[in-house]
Design a protein around this ligand. Structure first.
Ligand SMILES: Cc1cc2nc3c(=O)[nH]c(=O)nc-3n(C[C@H](O)[C@H](O)[C@H](O)COP(=O)(O)OP(=O)(O)OC[C@H]3O[C@@H](n4cnc5c(N)ncnc54)[C@H](O)[C@@H]3O)c2cc1C
Length: 362
């Protein structure tokens, strides 16, 4: 094992990008992944019954405005051009997100023109009604707080679109890999300088074995130091999957359930991520069945999958203690969402990893 110049611990999108970048620069790279397969939380599985690609850790849509990231990812994936739209179910009626003309006009039963949106939203009664219907309950479920505790002023920070654009993201480049997400990771790691070992968790003790290597770690930073200062708080998610004898359940990939009384936040229906399947019959789109997944947020406890870092004074203090501890290891670089205790979209993970590689090679 000591023949490797680089050890990448954690094969999520951050680790795979680091591994690929350094391998292409001529470094011999060993990738250690705790799970039985690479890809981290972007990993998918093919449903045996329907052939539909299931996003195991929740819906993942690739989107970016960063040209270097788009160029990089396109070396390993061909995208299907899927454009993400999200609907909201409030009291059984369906509205288009994000907050824009389509939602406002349907909710209030009006026909506003773009030039009228600003003044309409400045009226406290209108913004409060929208906040109560679409943000209060959803945010309270997402972060595990009572609906009354959600600060109504957040509605003023939500961007309002004065048009009918219901594209969920502002990024021009969007899509789902035609061959599925797993193939992207297989292709990224397919390089003569890269060796992959799955089912192998990296620990601080391994630093002695790899003392002559540079280690790039993207597992949880508190776990690396044996939780010596305590656990960083996370929100976790529980997913409940169901196969239905229907060709189509909700007509779109994601519907948010915005009322506090509905225990889940979203329902994902994965076949809609591959609309090209409608044309060529792949990905189970023409199958008579569909797979849906309900998403339930919960407070993280040891043993749960960490999903969203919780930004609070306690977590900031803990994080800086772990960051100080990490600085004592000159051959250790910590990154990714778990290492950095930071929410990153996939493109931001790639951008951060490319920057890490460039900094290392300088
Ligand atoms: C619910 C949800 C939905 C999301 N949807 C989107 C989306 O639509 N679009 C988008 O762009 N982004 C989305 N994201 C963000 C996306 O998941 C992250 O950007 C991405 O997973 C970050 O990759 P990573 O490599 O940092 O971390 P991870 O994917 O978590 O990878 C870390 C890897 O390290 C491994 N590991 C942990 N400890 C060790 C150890 N000790 N030794 C070895 N390996 C270890 C883990 O098993 C894992 O494979 C979403 C995130 C969430 C929570």
């Amino acid at each position: 094992m000591s023949e490797y110049e680089i050890v990448v611990a954690g094969a999520g999108i951050w680790g795979c990008t680091v591994a690929r970048g350094l391998a292409e620069a001529g470094q011999r790279v060993l990738v250690l992944e705790k799970r039985s397969a690479v890809g981290g939380n972007v990993r998918c599985e093919t449903d045996a019954d329907t052939g539909i690609e299931i996003h195991t850790y929740g819906s993942h849509i690739f989107h970016t405005h960063l040209p270097e990231v788009w160029k990089f990812i396109n070396r390993f994936a061909e995208f299907n051009g899927y454009q993400h739209k999200v609907l909201a179910n409030y009291k059984g009626r369906i509205y288009s997100l994000p907050l824009g003309l389509a939602m406002i006009n349907k909710f209030f039963g009006v026909e506003l023109k773009p030039s009228e949106v600003d003044a309409f939203m400045k009226n406290e009664a209108h913004s409060s009604a929208l906040f109560d219907a679409f943000f209060r309950g959803y945010t309270s479920k997402q972060w595990g707080r009572p609906p009354e505790a959600i600060d109504p002023s957040i509605i003023r920070r939500v961007p309002v679109r004065s048009n009918y654009d219901t594209n969920y993201f502002n990024d021009y480049n969007q899509g789902i890999p035609l061959a599925g997400y797993n193939s992207v990771f297989d292709r990224m790691l397919d390089h003569p300088n890269i060796t992959v070992a799955c089912g192998r968790a990296f620990s601080l003790d391994d630093l002695a074995e790899f003392s002559r290597a540079s280690v790039f770690y993207s597992g949880p930073v508190d776990a690396l130091f044996g939780y010596s200062f305590g656990h960083l708080p996370w929100r976790t998610l529980r997913f409940e999957r169901e196969t239905l004898d229907l060709p189509d359940y909700q007509g779109t990939s994601v519907v948010n359930y915005t009322e506090a009384e509905v225990p889940y936040t979203r329902i994902h229906e994965f076949k809609h991520y591959h609309p090209e399947g409608l044309l060529n019959g792949t990905w189970g789109f023409n199958a008579k069945k569909t797979v849906i997944m309900r998403e339930y947020p919960a407070t993280w406890k040891p043993g749960d999958e960490p999903y969203y870092p919780v930004d609070c004074e306690e977590s900031r203090t803990l994080l800086s203690k772990y960051q100080d501890a990490a600085r004592k290891y000159p051959n250790l670089v910590i990154g990714g969402r778990l290492g950095g205790y930071k929410y990153y979209d996939m493109d931001q993970s790639i951008a951060a990893a490319l920057e890490t590689v460039a900094g290392f090679l300088k």
